[in-house]
Design a protein around this ligand. Structure first.
Ligand code: NAP
Length: 269
Protein backbone atom coordinates (compact mmCIF):
# COMPACT_ATOMS: atom_id res chain seq x y z
CA UNK A 1 0.00 0.00 0.00
CA UNK A 2 1.29 3.43 -0.92
CA UNK A 3 1.54 5.86 1.97
CA UNK A 4 1.11 9.55 1.16
CA UNK A 5 4.31 11.59 1.24
CA UNK A 6 4.89 13.29 4.59
CA UNK A 7 5.84 16.95 4.26
CA UNK A 8 9.17 17.68 5.92
CA UNK A 9 9.11 19.49 9.26
CA UNK A 10 11.22 22.65 8.90
CA UNK A 11 14.11 22.97 11.33
CA UNK A 12 13.35 24.91 14.50
CA UNK A 13 14.96 28.32 14.13
CA UNK A 14 17.52 29.32 16.70
CA UNK A 15 15.81 31.26 19.41
CA UNK A 16 17.18 34.74 20.15
CA UNK A 17 19.66 35.05 22.99
CA UNK A 18 17.31 37.29 24.97
CA UNK A 19 13.81 35.93 25.25
CA UNK A 20 10.83 36.51 27.46
CA UNK A 21 8.87 33.98 29.47
CA UNK A 22 5.34 34.81 30.59
CA UNK A 23 4.34 32.97 33.77
CA UNK A 24 0.71 33.22 34.83
CA UNK A 25 0.06 33.16 38.56
CA UNK A 26 3.69 33.87 39.38
CA UNK A 27 3.21 35.77 42.64
CA UNK A 28 3.69 32.65 44.79
CA UNK A 29 3.97 28.88 44.80
CA UNK A 30 4.98 26.98 41.68
CA UNK A 31 4.70 30.02 39.40
CA UNK A 32 7.07 32.09 41.53
CA UNK A 33 9.57 29.21 41.63
CA UNK A 34 9.41 28.95 37.81
CA UNK A 35 10.03 32.70 37.45
CA UNK A 36 13.07 32.53 39.76
CA UNK A 37 14.63 29.46 38.11
CA UNK A 38 13.92 30.74 34.59
CA UNK A 39 15.71 34.01 35.37
CA UNK A 40 18.79 32.11 36.49
CA UNK A 41 18.68 30.28 33.15
CA UNK A 42 18.60 33.53 31.18
CA UNK A 43 14.92 34.24 30.64
CA UNK A 44 13.41 37.69 30.99
CA UNK A 45 10.12 37.24 32.83
CA UNK A 46 6.64 38.71 32.68
CA UNK A 47 5.26 38.05 36.16
CA UNK A 48 1.46 37.79 36.12
CA UNK A 49 -0.69 37.81 39.23
CA UNK A 50 -4.36 38.23 40.10
CA UNK A 51 -4.55 39.92 43.52
CA UNK A 52 -1.23 40.13 45.37
CA UNK A 53 0.70 42.96 43.72
CA UNK A 54 3.34 43.16 46.46
CA UNK A 55 4.17 39.46 46.18
CA UNK A 56 4.41 39.73 42.38
CA UNK A 57 6.73 42.74 42.66
CA UNK A 58 8.93 40.81 45.09
CA UNK A 59 9.25 37.96 42.56
CA UNK A 60 10.10 40.46 39.81
CA UNK A 61 12.80 41.93 42.06
CA UNK A 62 14.31 38.43 42.40
CA UNK A 63 14.33 38.09 38.61
CA UNK A 64 16.14 41.44 38.35
CA UNK A 65 18.58 40.37 41.06
CA UNK A 66 19.46 37.43 38.79
CA UNK A 67 20.39 39.97 36.09
CA UNK A 68 17.26 39.67 33.93
CA UNK A 69 14.53 42.13 33.08
CA UNK A 70 11.07 41.67 34.54
CA UNK A 71 7.63 43.20 34.14
CA UNK A 72 4.68 42.72 36.47
CA UNK A 73 1.19 42.61 34.91
CA UNK A 74 -2.05 42.14 36.82
CA UNK A 75 -4.68 40.10 34.99
CA UNK A 76 -7.32 37.57 35.95
CA UNK A 77 -6.66 34.94 33.28
CA UNK A 78 -10.22 33.72 33.71
CA UNK A 79 -11.46 36.89 32.01
CA UNK A 80 -10.63 36.85 28.31
CA UNK A 81 -10.31 40.64 27.99
CA UNK A 82 -7.82 40.70 30.88
CA UNK A 83 -5.77 37.85 29.40
CA UNK A 84 -5.56 39.58 26.02
CA UNK A 85 -4.77 42.94 27.67
CA UNK A 86 -1.83 41.26 29.42
CA UNK A 87 -0.44 40.20 26.04
CA UNK A 88 -1.03 43.72 24.71
CA UNK A 89 1.06 45.03 27.63
CA UNK A 90 3.75 42.53 26.67
CA UNK A 91 3.64 43.73 23.04
CA UNK A 92 4.08 47.29 24.19
CA UNK A 93 7.07 46.32 26.35
CA UNK A 94 8.67 44.46 23.42
CA UNK A 95 8.02 47.31 20.97
CA UNK A 96 9.56 49.88 23.33
CA UNK A 97 12.55 47.65 24.07
CA UNK A 98 11.72 46.97 27.72
CA UNK A 99 11.44 43.21 27.18
CA UNK A 100 12.75 40.70 24.64
CA UNK A 101 10.29 38.94 22.29
CA UNK A 102 8.08 36.24 23.79
CA UNK A 103 9.47 32.71 23.48
CA UNK A 104 7.93 30.96 26.49
CA UNK A 105 4.60 30.66 28.30
CA UNK A 106 3.85 28.78 31.50
CA UNK A 107 0.13 28.42 32.06
CA UNK A 108 0.41 28.05 35.82
CA UNK A 109 -2.46 30.10 37.29
CA UNK A 110 -4.97 27.69 38.74
CA UNK A 111 -7.45 27.32 41.56
CA UNK A 112 -9.08 24.61 43.64
CA UNK A 113 -12.21 24.96 45.75
CA UNK A 114 -13.63 23.61 48.99
CA UNK A 115 -14.14 19.84 49.21
CA UNK A 116 -17.54 18.90 47.80
CA UNK A 117 -19.33 16.15 45.92
CA UNK A 118 -20.44 16.94 42.38
CA UNK A 119 -24.09 16.79 43.49
CA UNK A 120 -23.33 19.62 45.93
CA UNK A 121 -21.57 21.95 43.47
CA UNK A 122 -23.10 25.19 42.22
CA UNK A 123 -22.98 26.07 38.56
CA UNK A 124 -21.00 29.18 39.41
CA UNK A 125 -18.31 27.11 41.11
CA UNK A 126 -17.90 24.76 38.15
CA UNK A 127 -17.86 27.68 35.74
CA UNK A 128 -15.17 29.55 37.73
CA UNK A 129 -13.02 26.42 37.88
CA UNK A 130 -13.10 26.00 34.12
CA UNK A 131 -12.79 29.72 33.34
CA UNK A 132 -9.52 30.05 35.25
CA UNK A 133 -7.97 26.59 34.84
CA UNK A 134 -9.03 25.77 31.28
CA UNK A 135 -10.28 28.82 29.39
CA UNK A 136 -7.51 31.02 30.82
CA UNK A 137 -4.85 28.55 29.72
CA UNK A 138 -6.39 28.29 26.25
CA UNK A 139 -6.70 32.06 25.81
CA UNK A 140 -3.10 32.59 26.89
CA UNK A 141 -1.82 29.75 24.68
CA UNK A 142 -3.70 31.21 21.70
CA UNK A 143 -2.08 34.60 22.28
CA UNK A 144 1.33 33.01 22.73
CA UNK A 145 1.10 30.95 19.53
CA UNK A 146 0.21 34.14 17.62
CA UNK A 147 3.46 35.64 18.95
CA UNK A 148 5.75 32.60 18.64
CA UNK A 149 4.72 30.43 15.67
CA UNK A 150 6.74 30.53 12.45
CA UNK A 151 3.33 30.52 10.73
CA UNK A 152 2.88 34.03 12.12
CA UNK A 153 6.44 35.09 11.21
CA UNK A 154 8.01 34.55 14.63
CA UNK A 155 10.93 32.49 15.90
CA UNK A 156 9.26 29.63 17.76
CA UNK A 157 8.96 28.94 21.47
CA UNK A 158 7.80 26.63 24.21
CA UNK A 159 4.56 26.40 26.18
CA UNK A 160 4.27 24.47 29.44
CA UNK A 161 0.81 23.90 30.90
CA UNK A 162 0.58 23.04 34.58
CA UNK A 163 -1.81 20.14 34.84
CA UNK A 164 -2.21 17.84 37.82
CA UNK A 165 -2.06 14.18 38.77
CA UNK A 166 -5.72 14.82 39.65
CA UNK A 167 -6.52 14.39 35.94
CA UNK A 168 -5.92 10.64 36.28
CA UNK A 169 -6.96 10.28 39.96
CA UNK A 170 -10.31 12.11 39.63
CA UNK A 171 -10.31 13.60 43.17
CA UNK A 172 -13.63 12.04 44.26
CA UNK A 173 -15.50 13.71 47.14
CA UNK A 174 -12.92 16.50 47.05
CA UNK A 175 -12.97 18.40 43.77
CA UNK A 176 -13.91 16.39 40.71
CA UNK A 177 -14.46 19.71 38.92
CA UNK A 178 -10.78 20.57 39.45
CA UNK A 179 -9.66 17.11 38.28
CA UNK A 180 -11.84 17.42 35.18
CA UNK A 181 -10.39 20.86 34.42
CA UNK A 182 -6.91 19.35 34.56
CA UNK A 183 -8.07 16.50 32.31
CA UNK A 184 -8.94 19.18 29.77
CA UNK A 185 -5.43 20.57 30.15
CA UNK A 186 -3.95 17.15 29.30
CA UNK A 187 -6.00 16.91 26.10
CA UNK A 188 -5.39 20.54 25.17
CA UNK A 189 -1.65 19.98 25.58
CA UNK A 190 -1.56 16.96 23.27
CA UNK A 191 -3.78 18.56 20.64
CA UNK A 192 -2.06 21.94 20.54
CA UNK A 193 1.36 20.28 20.53
CA UNK A 194 0.49 18.34 17.38
CA UNK A 195 -1.15 21.38 15.80
CA UNK A 196 1.94 23.61 16.06
CA UNK A 197 4.74 21.03 16.07
CA UNK A 198 5.92 22.02 12.59
CA UNK A 199 5.84 25.73 13.49
CA UNK A 200 8.71 25.82 16.00
CA UNK A 201 6.42 25.76 19.05
CA UNK A 202 6.62 22.91 21.57
CA UNK A 203 3.77 22.32 24.02
CA UNK A 204 4.05 20.11 27.08
CA UNK A 205 2.42 19.72 30.48
CA UNK A 206 3.84 19.13 33.94
CA UNK A 207 1.45 17.26 36.23
CA UNK A 208 2.41 17.85 39.87
CA UNK A 209 1.27 15.64 42.71
CA UNK A 210 1.03 16.94 46.29
CA UNK A 211 3.19 20.05 46.43
CA UNK A 212 3.83 22.30 49.43
CA UNK A 213 2.12 25.57 48.48
CA UNK A 214 -0.70 27.76 49.74
CA UNK A 215 -3.22 26.27 47.30
CA UNK A 216 -4.29 23.67 49.87
CA UNK A 217 -5.31 26.36 52.37
CA UNK A 218 -7.40 28.00 49.64
CA UNK A 219 -9.20 24.65 49.31
CA UNK A 220 -9.96 24.68 53.03
CA UNK A 221 -7.42 21.96 53.95
CA UNK A 222 -4.25 23.78 55.09
CA UNK A 223 -2.74 20.54 56.43
CA UNK A 224 -3.48 18.54 53.25
CA UNK A 225 0.25 18.06 52.64
CA UNK A 226 0.71 16.41 56.04
CA UNK A 227 -2.44 14.33 55.56
CA UNK A 228 -1.45 13.05 52.13
CA UNK A 229 2.32 12.61 52.48
CA UNK A 230 2.15 9.04 53.87
CA UNK A 231 0.18 7.91 50.79
CA UNK A 232 2.85 9.16 48.40
CA UNK A 233 5.31 6.40 47.38
CA UNK A 234 8.19 8.73 48.32
CA UNK A 235 6.39 9.43 51.66
CA UNK A 236 6.64 13.18 51.27
CA UNK A 237 5.18 16.13 49.42
CA UNK A 238 7.16 17.83 46.68
CA UNK A 239 8.38 21.39 46.64
CA UNK A 240 7.57 24.18 44.21
CA UNK A 241 11.23 24.16 43.17
CA UNK A 242 11.06 20.46 42.26
CA UNK A 243 8.15 21.19 39.94
CA UNK A 244 9.83 24.31 38.55
CA UNK A 245 12.94 22.30 37.64
CA UNK A 246 10.84 20.13 35.31
CA UNK A 247 9.14 23.20 33.85
CA UNK A 248 12.33 25.09 33.04
CA UNK A 249 13.78 21.97 31.44
CA UNK A 250 10.74 21.66 29.17
CA UNK A 251 11.08 25.36 28.33
CA UNK A 252 14.74 24.98 27.45
CA UNK A 253 16.39 23.95 24.20
CA UNK A 254 17.57 20.80 26.01
CA UNK A 255 13.99 19.57 25.51
CA UNK A 256 14.11 20.35 21.78
CA UNK A 257 12.55 17.02 20.71
CA UNK A 258 9.96 16.87 23.50
CA UNK A 259 6.45 17.97 22.65
CA UNK A 260 2.99 16.71 23.56
CA UNK A 261 4.38 15.14 26.76
CA UNK A 262 2.62 14.99 30.12
CA UNK A 263 5.41 14.88 32.70
CA UNK A 264 4.35 13.64 36.15
CA UNK A 265 6.22 15.19 39.10
CA UNK A 266 4.50 13.28 41.88
CA UNK A 267 6.97 11.32 43.98
CA UNK A 268 5.59 8.20 42.28
CA UNK A 269 1.91 8.84 43.07
P1 NAP B 1 -0.95 28.84 44.72
O1 NAP B 1 0.16 28.77 45.69
O2 NAP B 1 -2.35 28.95 45.21
O3 NAP B 1 -0.65 30.05 43.71
C1 NAP B 1 -1.59 30.36 42.72
C2 NAP B 1 -1.07 31.50 41.89
O4 NAP B 1 -2.02 31.71 40.82
C3 NAP B 1 -0.95 32.79 42.64
O5 NAP B 1 0.15 33.49 42.13
C4 NAP B 1 -2.24 33.53 42.27
O6 NAP B 1 -2.09 34.94 42.25
C5 NAP B 1 -2.46 33.06 40.86
N1 NAP B 1 -3.83 33.10 40.41
C6 NAP B 1 -4.93 32.56 40.99
N2 NAP B 1 -6.01 32.82 40.25
C7 NAP B 1 -5.58 33.55 39.20
C8 NAP B 1 -6.22 34.13 38.08
N3 NAP B 1 -7.55 34.02 37.91
N4 NAP B 1 -5.49 34.83 37.19
C9 NAP B 1 -4.15 34.98 37.36
N5 NAP B 1 -3.49 34.44 38.40
C10 NAP B 1 -4.20 33.75 39.30
O7 NAP B 1 -0.95 27.58 43.72
P2 NAP B 1 0.19 26.51 43.35
O8 NAP B 1 0.07 25.37 44.28
O9 NAP B 1 1.49 27.17 43.14
O10 NAP B 1 -0.43 25.99 41.98
C11 NAP B 1 0.05 26.42 40.71
C12 NAP B 1 -0.49 25.47 39.65
O11 NAP B 1 -0.10 24.12 40.00
C13 NAP B 1 -2.01 25.43 39.55
O12 NAP B 1 -2.40 25.32 38.21
C14 NAP B 1 -2.39 24.18 40.31
O13 NAP B 1 -3.61 23.63 39.89
C15 NAP B 1 -1.22 23.29 39.97
N6 NAP B 1 -1.02 22.17 40.90
C16 NAP B 1 -0.69 22.39 42.21
C17 NAP B 1 -0.52 21.31 43.05
C18 NAP B 1 -0.15 21.47 44.49
O14 NAP B 1 -0.21 20.48 45.25
N7 NAP B 1 0.23 22.65 44.95
C19 NAP B 1 -0.71 20.01 42.57
C20 NAP B 1 -1.06 19.82 41.25
C21 NAP B 1 -1.21 20.91 40.41
P3 NAP B 1 -2.62 35.90 43.45
O15 NAP B 1 -1.87 35.52 44.67
O16 NAP B 1 -2.30 37.28 42.99
O17 NAP B 1 -4.08 35.61 43.58
Amino acid sequence: MNTPPVPPVPPVPHLPAARTLLVTGASRGIGAAVARQAAVRGWEVLVNYARDAAAAEAVADEVRAAGRRALVVQADVGVEAEATAMFAALDSAVTTGRLAPLAGLVNNAGVVDLAARVDEMSGARIERMFRINVFGSMWCAREAVRRMSTKHGHGGGSIVNIGSAASRLGSPAQYVDYAASKGAIDTFTVGLAREVAAEGVRVNAVRPGIIETEIHASGGIPDRVQQMAPSVPMRRAGTADEVAAAVVWLLSDEASYTTGSLLDVTGGR
